[in-house]
Write a protein that binds this ligand. Structure first.
Ligand code: XMP
Length: 513
């Protein structure tokens, strides 16, 4: 296994992700925990020093223990990791006065070849992503230069005899397009064969959950979405009936959704599940409310109350499980308190653990969405479930602009089911990030048979996106749109007009509220 010593970079998890993609098992440990004893116990086959925000000149600047250099295994230092390595091995680092470098840079190779760079320089230079204030001004004895950039004469250095390498840039980020190649070469040098799998990840995760939880009880809020479902099934594998799931049904779910969630978790997986049917409460409080933010706030507040009520009834629970993913972790670290305005108050349960005095279990914290899906497959969750489009916490409330009534919800559920059925039948579901129907707060006149109708209009929405932050509308064919409109009007009583929303995000948002 490979050890990543974390010096606090925002992107340390991306290093782990690159290694997992290469089939290499790695663990990230914060530098404070990496002592001599830890190193000899861990016995890594290779070590990577991450980047980090500190300056090697700061008092108490983070360092790995000296003994790491005596392990006789390959070491790769990245950014801050490079500087700390150079400083410890006898090189010199200078404060960055005017030599700071952030963003895209181009590295050109030195004449001498290095196995670490095998196949890396596609042309005579390679794009990399820099982010540093200080810089190395003299390399340590034994090291040579293998790549330079205009502001970093020591962009790539190495001591091939000892298998120590140090780079100034971040090979793990997307803006170093060929960075994965560097990791691939590095792990080959260390003798990894790339045989690690998601199955092995699952076993490790189960072990860690057992260690953390012991014989205590865990509560998990299940939404029916992929993340909380994968977390629940994984935790159940680890600790069995010490886990109880609470599924809050706010009456704003899609057609048959509550039944599907309950039967999958209760019947298929035998997970103890409380189905909190609180639709009366939610719909009652939403009665007559049409302002989008007010709706969101009501739903968020009630959700927390209801969840707490049901969770408190589970005696002796000490842990709360959440399906937090790595992107949620970085976003909340780097953007919290930022200057952005609130477009929509997202409904989340982030404040729950403090309020309830519970400790958190977050087994997906290191993973990215596609990795969670792979883990879900590993755990036997059906593909149709794993590939599901995202569904917002406030549910159909934000797809029913204006006042919410039971009648409108009923119509919306039916129309949405027909639309999604059409998309699946045409084999388009997986090409689309998210698709749904919004029922509009207007009635329009139509003619059906020989009679006049005066029914609701609805809008179909379908977008492509990679992360939900920006989106484009999906270019359905006119045939598809025509056929779908006909089906909805024929099969759903209460709708007599269908429109297609062709707004991208920005300026629109994906949901209607
Ligand atoms: P918008 O409408 O902001 O949506 O473009 C972007 C993505 O976020 C989902 N969404 C939510 N998810 N709680 C959630 O869990 C919410 O309050 C919420 N509001 C929007 C939306 O479905 C889309 O995938």
């Amino acid at each position: 296994r490979l050890l990543i010593i974390d010096f606090g970079s925002q992107v340390t998890q991306l290093i782990a992700r690159r290694l997992r993609e290469l089939g290499v098992y790695c663990e990230i440990h914060p530098y404070q925990n990496v002592t001599d004893a830890f190193l000899s116990e861990f016995a890594p086959k290779a070590v990577i020093f991450s980047g980090g925000p500190a300056s090697v000149f700061a008092e108490g600047a983070p360092r790995p223990p000296e003994s790491v250099y005596a392990l006789g295994v390959p070491i790769l230092g990245i950014c801050y990791g490079q500087q700390v390595m150079m400083q410890m091995l006898g090189g010199h680092v200078e404060r960055g006065h005017g030599t700071a470098e952030f963003g895209r840079a181009f590295v050109t190779p030195a004449a001498e070849k290095l196995p670490l760079l095998e196949g890396w320089f596609a042309e005579d230079r390679e794009q990399v992503w820099m982010s540093h204030g200080d810089h190395v001004s003299k390399i340590a004895p034994g090291f040579r230069v293998y790549g330079t950039s205009p502001n970093a004469p020591f962009a790539i250095t190495g001591d091939p005899a000892r298998n120590f390498y140090a780079v100034q840039f971040h090979p793990e980020v997307h803006h170093t397009p060929n960075g994965a190649r560097l990791y691939e070469n590095f792990v080959k040098l260390a003798g990894f064969t790339g045989d690690w799998t998601m199955g092995a990840y699952r076993d490790e995760a189960i072990k860690k959950i057992r260690q953390q939880v012991g014989d205590k009880k865990v509560i998990c809020g299940l939404s029916g979405g992929v993340d909380s479902s994968v977390a629940a099934v994984l935790i159940h594998e680890a600790i069995g009936d010490q886990l109880t799931c609470v599924f809050v049904d706010h009456g704003l779910l899609r057609l048959n959704e509550a039944d599907e969630v309950v039967s999958m978790f209760r019947d298929n997986y035998n997970i103890p599940l409380i189905h909190a049917d609180e639709s009366e409460l939610f719909l009652g409080e939403l009665d007559g409310v049409s302002d989008p933010e007010t709706k969101r706030k009501i739903i968020g507040r009630l959700f927390i109350d209801v969840f707490q009520k049901h969770a408190n009834a589970i005696e002796g629970a000490e842990f709360l499980a959440q399906g937090t993913l790595y992107p949620d972790v970085i976003e909340s670290v780097s953007f919290s308190g930022g200057p952005s305005v609130t477009i929509k108050s997202h409904h989340n349960v982030g404040g729950l653990p403090e309020k309830m005095g519970l400790k958190l279990v977050e087994p997906l914290r290191e993973l990215f969405k596609d990795e969670v899906r792979a883990l879900g497959r590993e755990l036997g969750l059906p593909d149709s479930f794993i590939g599901r489009h995202p569904f917002p916490g406030p549910g159909l409330a934000i797809r029913c602009p204006g006042e919410i009534t039971r009648d409108k919800l009923e119509i919306l559920r039916k129309a949405d089911a027909v639309y999604i059925d059409q998309i699946r039948k045409h084999g388009l579901y997986d090409e689309i990030w998210q698709a749904f129907v919004a029922i509009l707060p207007v009635r329009t006149v139509g003619v059906m048979g020989d009679g006049r109708t005066y029914d609701y209009a609805c809008a179909l929405r379908a977008v492509t996106s990679v992360d939900g932050m920006t989106a484009d509308y999906y270019p359905f064919s006119h045939d598809f749109l025509g056929e779908t409109a006909t089906r909805i009007i024929n099969e759903v009583q209460g709708i007599n007009r269908v429109t297609y929303d062709v707004t991208s995000k920005p300026p629109g948002t994906i949901e209607w509220e």
